[in-house]
Design a protein around this ligand. Structure first.
Ligand SMILES: Cc1cc2nc3c(=O)[nH]c(=O)nc-3n(C[C@H](O)[C@H](O)[C@H](O)COP(=O)(O)OP(=O)(O)OC[C@H]3O[C@@H](n4cnc5c(N)ncnc54)[C@H](O)[C@@H]3O)c2cc1C
Length: 503
């Protein structure tokens, strides 16, 4: 599948030549995705131009919203760069607690504006982790990755591009290390080293915004041993590199986007995107390699990335704001908004949503500083935040469905609404309280369906569960940091239990 050596072995300078003008608007960004001839498959067919595909476009539009927000609220979603310009906050490595807090405010706002995964956080958290870990690697191993990484980041900021964070490998038999797998491609690995760079093969799973990105930053997915040296690889790959194949994930009800109309999609404007990315001998020039063989640094990288990324799930509170609003609207349309148990459910939803927010933001203000100068969220609070996210959106979704009623799952289609026979019947029998347009009621119910069992439930629920690591991954980190011995000492002290030595 790989093209000729000449075609694939491009220098870093050559790889950046298409990015000489910064992307300053949503339209610039959308245009930049055209004509890339990516090797993309969706529902068994190659996709010629993803931008023109009606099922894929809402996911592109969600990413584009990060550019729109940067134009509309400059201070929230962009930062100064160079002497005069600005770049996206998604390309800014936080260096103060206030930076981290601002990032979280931006993420919540984008959640509110899109009601889905806007896909740009993984890349931000990947560059943030690489900033400090390349620095630490250079100190520990005598390498020179950090200056290389800074050079890459400076170019990315100047061009204001989208970077995808590619960590999760297929992993095959989960009880085995990479070198123990029957198929070495179960984890992305170096298959050849040459004077100018390296070639990598394998795959990355569940890649958010994969074909909406300009660059992919590949990283190991777990702690490695010395025997896993070839799997210890970090590097930046252009998303249109030869040797890459993208197989897009299917999302519930995704083809409602081609049914016509805008009602049945629930959220016609925005959607998330995940893909399986297959790497077949993809070339990375040395300038874009930020780890090659330093297996002992893999666990630090994974831990640093997940510390950032687990707090990035603050975005789900923006989605929560939308869903709580939709539930309140549905209650009002049904004439029950003043019922005490309905109000109580809205309070409960808000309490859960703000609990997630508070742990993310508290972790930002209790940030720690890495030797590279980057700051990262308090690890305990970040793990607690993400662990809350593995649960609370599911409860918020349950309460939204409770308030919405069964119609959220049994409602006829927009075409039935347009049909001469069924349309009048639907308008009559799906009516709520007087003064509420039946179609408005249907729209709100479809939005609740979209976020709780439809296309954007991928982003609101399953991603909340598994993204940045499944729940057990957080429990392991919480167990490591919970300092149970000092807590026992507090208890013994108050209870008057003498320390062993005194006995
Ligand atoms: C919507 C979505 C978007 C995502 N976006 C990205 C992205 O942009 N970039 C990226 O890199 N990743 C992404 N991910 C991947 C995410 O990080 C993984 O889904 C997560 O780490 C879990 O890995 P897995 O899906 O392979 O599940 P598994 O690892 O198979 O986990 C399934 C279950 O098995 C258990 N388990 C796993 N390994 C072991 C073991 N060794 N011993 C005992 N139990 C085990 C887990 O605790 C879990 O309960 C995304 C995931 C989703 C759902």
């Amino acid at each position: 599948m790989a093209s000729s050596k000449q075609a694939t072995q491009q220098s870093a300078d050559a790889l950046w030549k298409d990015f000489s003008h910064p992307l300053t608007s949503a339209q610039d960004y959308i245009n930049s995705l055209r004509g890339r001839r990516l090797n993309v498959f969706f529902r068994g067919e190659p996709v010629e131009e993803p931008v023109d595909d009606p099922v894929i476009f809402p996911s592109i539009n969600a990413m584009a919203e990060t550019y729109r927000l940067a134009c509309e609220q400059q201070d929230l979603a962009s930062v100064p760069v160079g002497n005069t310009g600005r770049t996206s906050r998604f390309l800014h490595v936080p260096v103060t607690p206030a930076d981290l807090a601002a990032k979280h405010e931006m993420q919540r706002e984008l959640g509110r504006r899109t009601g889905t995964c806007f896909q740009r956080c993984v890349g931000l958290d990947a560059i943030s982790a690489c900033h400090s870990i390349t620095f630490d690697t250079d100190q520990t191993c005598g390498t020179s990755y950090h200056p290389r990484f800074l050079a890459f980041l400076t170019r990315a900021q100047a061009a204001n591009v989208v970077i995808g964070g590619a960590m999760t490998d297929p992993k095959g038999d989960r009880s085995r290390a990479p070198h123990q797998q029957t198929d070495p491609d179960m984890f992305l690995h170096v298959v050849r080293r040459e004077e100018d760079g390296i070639y990598v093969s394998g795959a990355k799973m569940h890649q958010t915004g994969a074909i909406n990105s300009h660059w992919l930053l590949v990283m190991p997915t777990m702690r490695l041993t010395e025997a896993d040296r070839d799997w210890a690889v970090v590097g930046a790959v252009r998303a249109d590199s030869p040797g890459l194949t993208y197989i897009l994930g299917r999302q519930t009800n995704d083809t409602r986007s081609v049914d016509g109309g805008s009602l049945d999609a629930g959220n016609a404007g925005f959607a998330g995107q995940e893909a399986l990315i297959v790497f077949d001998r993809v070339f990375i020039p040395h300038e874009h390699v930020f780890m090659d063989g330093e297996w002992q640094m893999a666990s630090s990288l994974v831990e640093r990335f997940t510390t950032y990324h687990r707090s990035s799930y603050v975005c789900k509170t923006g989605l929560g704001d939308v869903l709580i609003g939709a539930a309140a609207e549905a209650a009002s349309q049904n004439g029950v908004e003043n019922a005490s148990h309905i109000r109580d459910r809205l309070v409960e939803m808000t309490h859960l949503n703000e609990t997630v927010y508070s742990s993310c933001v508290a972790g930002a203000y209790r940030a720690l500083k890495a030797p590279s100068g980057a700051v990262y969220n308090d690890p305990m609070l970040s793990n607690v935040a993400k662990h809350n996210v593995t649960r609370f959106p599911f409860e918020i979704a349950r309460l939204a469905q409770d308030i919405a009623g069964g119609l959220v799952a049994t409602m006829p289609s927009e075409r039935d609404l347009l049909n001469n026979v069924t349309g009048p019947l639907i308008r009559k029998f799906l009516k709520g309280r007087d003064g509420v347009d039946t179609v408005d009621r249907m729209r709100i119910l479809r939005l609740i369906e979209n976020m709780t069992i439809g296309r954007n439930a991928v982003g609101y629920l399953t991603e909340s569960l598994h993204g940045a690591g499944s729940p057990q991954a957080q429990r392991v980190q919480i167990a490591r940091a919970m300092e149970i011995e000092s807590k026992r000492a507090f208890a013994r002290n108050l209870a008057g239990v003498r320390p062993k030595a005194e006995e």
